[in-house]
Design a binder for this molecule. Structure first.
Ligand code: SAM
Length: 209
């Protein structure tokens, strides 16, 4: 069986994950809590796994990679779009002060709450709904992470970043690029393509753009 130590050494440190806080979070969070019973033996393999409703829990490497590029600080307020089973929210919760996460499939939002109730992480807030409009009552955020791919980065989410804030998103339809956006000032944003990726599509209002 592929172990957590193998995941950390081979798939994270063995590639380009060097951020000590990210590695500690990946070590601390038990991915088995977020994986269905029949896939427990595969919990630490470096691949996405089905979680129901045609959705997946992301591959450990990409979870760690996105956290690393976001350079999350212990005082940061983070918004995640696409809670899924709650695994990535759990990782983010070890790096940030508060995590707000939105999931468009109600069954998954409930599953994430059940999964996270098995942990002692009390800084994660989950909401069922379309993440396209973000979480205006809690904005602005230091960090926004999308784990489902919109055709382009929603303006509504960019506007919920603090100045100096970072957003990472898989963007595109047939092929997707992982894009890092930084808010430089009230009006100015920088955008950098990091790599090619494959995520499930962002549904809801993002599809109407
Ligand atoms: N963050 C997850 C994890 O811990 O592995 C990954 C979840 S999966 C790759 C992406 C999730 O985004 C799915 O659960 C999907 O239902 C959700 N999603 C898609 N479009 C959405 C939207 N408009 N608003 C909120 N969630 C959305």
């Amino acid at each position: 069986m592929y172990s957590k130590a193998m995941m950390i050494e081979q798939d994270l440190q063995g590639r380009d994950i060097q951020d000590k806080r990210v590695l500690a979070a990946m070590e601390e969070v038990d991915r088995r809590l977020f994986v269905p019973d029949d896939l427990q033996n595969h919990a630490y393999e470096d691949s996405p796994l089905p979680i129901g409703k045609s959705q997946t829990v992301s591959q450990p490497y990409i979870v760690a990679y996105m956290a690393q590029v976001l350079d999350i600080k212990a005082d940061d307020k983070v918004l995640e779009i696409g809670t899924g089973c709650g695994y990535n929210a759990a990782i983010l919760s070890r790096l940030a002060k508060e995590v707000y996460s939105i999931e468009i499939i109600e069954w998954l939002a409930e599953l994430a709450k059940i999964n996270l109730a098995q942990t002692e992480y009390d800084n994660i807030h989950i909401r069922f709904g379309d993440g396209y409009q973000g979480w205006p009552e809690q904005a602005p955020f230091d960090v926004i992470e999308l784990t489902a791919a919109p055709p382009k980065v929603p303006q509504s989410l960019k506007q919920q970043l603090k100045t100096g804030g970072r957003l990472v998103a898989p963007v595109g339809t047939l092929s997707q690029e992982l894009v890092l956006v930084e808010r430089l000032s009230e009006q100015d944003f920088s955008e950098k393509v990091l790599s090619m990726v494959r995520f499930v599509p962002m549904t809801g209002q993002a599809q109407q753009e």
